[in-house]
Each structure stands twice: as structure tokens, then as C-alpha cells.
Design a protein around this ligand. Structure first.
Ligand code: BV8
Length: 254
């Protein structure tokens, strides 16, 4: 038996024995769907911008059309992609947990909606969703479908209720995460027996604090990533090296 097979077996046994499973995903799980990871998201037109500059309120205020167009570009790219085997394996795991009356919570940093498209139901979207919109001043939810053709052509459009600029309903750097979603994620991390950490560099807070929180509360933390990360040394009990589209099906579907 190879090292990898032995490690997979340990991870499978931990998942089988667990009563409460939490999963934290990052941009890496969507890489095999053809979506560049977050820090590679600067391609072409935006190559000379840093994500941390575009994904901020200040960046939007400084150049609303540029930020609006960057999200439009990313949204259209996500629209044309499909969930991959890694997303589907996590949806299978959630169904298996339901059948075995185990607790399961999927926490994602991703805004691409691919977990829901893969069939996952309990998804805590820490950083929002690129397919939802709200207005800048009052957080009014905005549906572009309900805007007039002319209003929809504006980049960005204006809120029909307060006329402030429409923005993507995502959490920008320097913005608070949705309170209930974050508290639910903390609770899942503090109470799980096993945490699967998939495709995140472990850089962005407070999401990156979740694996350490799980470990400090007694969970067995399994990381799936082709590269070791900021978390591997400090918060991970078992590091499964490789792409999630290959590892997760082997871990869950077998
Ligand atoms: C907050 C939505 C309280 C938008 C995102 C100074 C001033 C102000 C704040 C801070 C500061 N210092 C630190 C902070 C906190 C800041 C932060 O963490 N900054 C970082 C850069 C240090 N956090 C915040 O601001 C958060 N809010 O703290 O509020 C506050 C308020 C005011 C002042 C202080 C505190 C808000 C953070 C949310 C930002 N929004 N996304 C958008 O997407 O446009 S975060 C963004 O990064 C994405 O959501 C992304 O998911 C996330 C994390 O990145 P990863 O998912 O890990 O992606 P990454 O590319 O980094 O890594 C990919 C990984 O996949 C790699 O490890 C790679 O090896 C792996 N991989 C590759 N291929 C595969 C794979 N894995 C598996 N399979 C493969 N095939």
C-alpha cells in the first residue's frame, strides 16, 4: 500500500467515525472547473490590479465601472462552468451524513455558487455570492431582472429604491462578514469531530482561523491541497496532497 493510500484510509476512517463533520473550502476547489484561484484572478485586462484593490469598497468608489466590469467578467466566466468532481463529492458526503443522521456543515469562502449547483444544501457563504446584488448605501437587495433595460445597461446600475450604486453582494476586504453566517461557521468549527479543509491558502481572515479553532476544540483536521499552506504546519493533522477533484471522490465515493 502506498503512503497516499494509507493516508486516504486514515481519512476515510476518521470521516466514518465522525458524528459532526465541517468542511471549509476556498478557491482551489473551483480550479478544476476552470476558474482561476483568487490570487490568480488577475488575468488580461486586470493583470495590473491586485485583487485586494479591486475587492474593496474604496476600489469600487474610486472606479465603480472598473470594479463592476471585473465582477461581470468573473460572473460570466463562472456562469459558463460546471461544478467538478470535488464539488459533487462534497454534495454526496452531505447526503450520506443526512442518511446516517450526522451533522454536516459546508463553509465556503467562494462566491461562485458552484457548491449549490453541485447539490450541496447547507452552504455557509462567508464571502457572499457573485450572483446576488445589493445597493451600496442601504444594502437593499437588487434584482437586475426587475430593472428597466436602460437601467440595466448602466455600469453599475442604480438602486431602484434609493438610487445609490448597485454592487455585488460579496464581502470586500475591510468589510464585516455576515454575522449569522460567521457565527454559524464558528459554531460548526468548535463542535465538529472532523474538519476537511479544501483548496484554501489559509491567508484571508477570519475564515483562515476556522481550522485552528476546530483543532483547538478537539477536531481531527484533514487538508486537501496540491501545495502545503499557512495552515498545514499549525492546524492540520493529516495533509492529503493533490487536487481536490481527484482526492475528494477517492475519499468520499469509495
Ligand atoms: C474583516 C469576496 C473585519 C470578494 C473575499 C488590514 C486591514 C483590513 C483588514 C485586514 C487587514 N489585515 C488583515 C485583514 C483582514 C482581511 C484579510 O484577511 N486580508 C488578507 C489579504 C491578509 N480580511 C478582511 O478584510 C475580511 N473582513 O476582517 O472584517 C475588519 C474590518 C475592518 C478592518 C479590520 C478587520 C473580509 C475578507 C473577505 C474578502 N473577500 N472574497 C471576491 O471574491 O471578489 S476573499 C477571497 O480570498 C476569496 O473569497 C477567496 O476565496 C478568499 C481566500 O482565498 P483562497 O480561497 O484561499 O484562494 P487562494 O487563491 O488564496 O488559494 C487557493 C488555494 O487553492 C491555494 O492554496 C492552492 O494551492 C489551492 N489549489 C490550487 N489548485 C487546487 C487547489 N486546491 C485543491 N485542488 C486544486 N485543484
Amino acid at each position: 500500500m502506498t503512503k497516499t493510500q494509507a493516508e486516504l484510509e486514515i481519512a476515510q476512517q476518521k470521516l466514518k467515525a465522525a458524528k459532526r463533520i465541517a468542511v471549509l473550502t476556498g478557491a482551489g476547489i473551483s480550479k478544476e472547473s476552470g476558474i482561476p484561484t483568487f490570487r490568480d484572478a488577475q488575468t488580461g485586462l486586470w493583470a495590473n490590479y491586485k485583487a485586494e484593490d479591486l475587492a474593496t469598497r474604496e476600489g469600487f468608489l474610486a472606479n465603480p465601472q472598473n470594479v463592476w466590469d471585473w465582477y461581470d467578467f468573473r460572473r460570466n466566466r463562472v456562469w459558463d462552468t460546471e461544478p467538478n468532481a470535488g464539488h459533487l463529492a462534497l454534495a454526496t458526503l452531505e447526503q450520506a451524513c443526512a442518511a446516517q443522521r450526522k451533522h454536516f456543515t459546508l463553509i465556503t469562502q467562494n462566491i461562485d455558487n458552484l457548491h449549490k449547483r453541485a447539490g450541496s444544501v447547507t452552504v455557509l457563504e462567508l464571502h457572499g455570492n457573485i450572483f446576488r446584488y445589493k445597493c451600496l448605501d442601504k444594502n437593499h437587495p437588487v434584482s437586475l431582472d426587475l430593472l428597466s433595460d436602460q437601467a440595466r445597461e448602466e455600469r453599475p446600475p442604480s438602486c431602484p429604491l434609493c438610487n445609490s450604486m448597485v454592487r455585488p453582494d460579496v464581502v470586500w476586504f475591510g468589510e464585516m462578514l455576515p454575522e449569522f453566517t460567521l457565527q454559524s461557521a464558528f459554531e460548526a468549527a468548535q463542535n465538529c469531530d472532523v474538519m476537511l479543509v479544501v483548496g484554501t491558502s489559509g491567508v484571508v481572515q477570519p475564515a483562515a482561523s476556522l481550522p485552528g479553532m476546530a483543532k483547538r476544540n478537539g477536531a481531527f483536521v484533514i487538508e486537501v491541497n496540491p501545495e502545503p499552506t499557512e495552515l498545514t504546519m499549525f492546524a492540520v493533522d493529516l495533509y492529503l496532497q493533490g487536487p481536490s477533484g481527484m482526492i475528494l471522490p477517492a475519499l468520499i465515493d469509495s
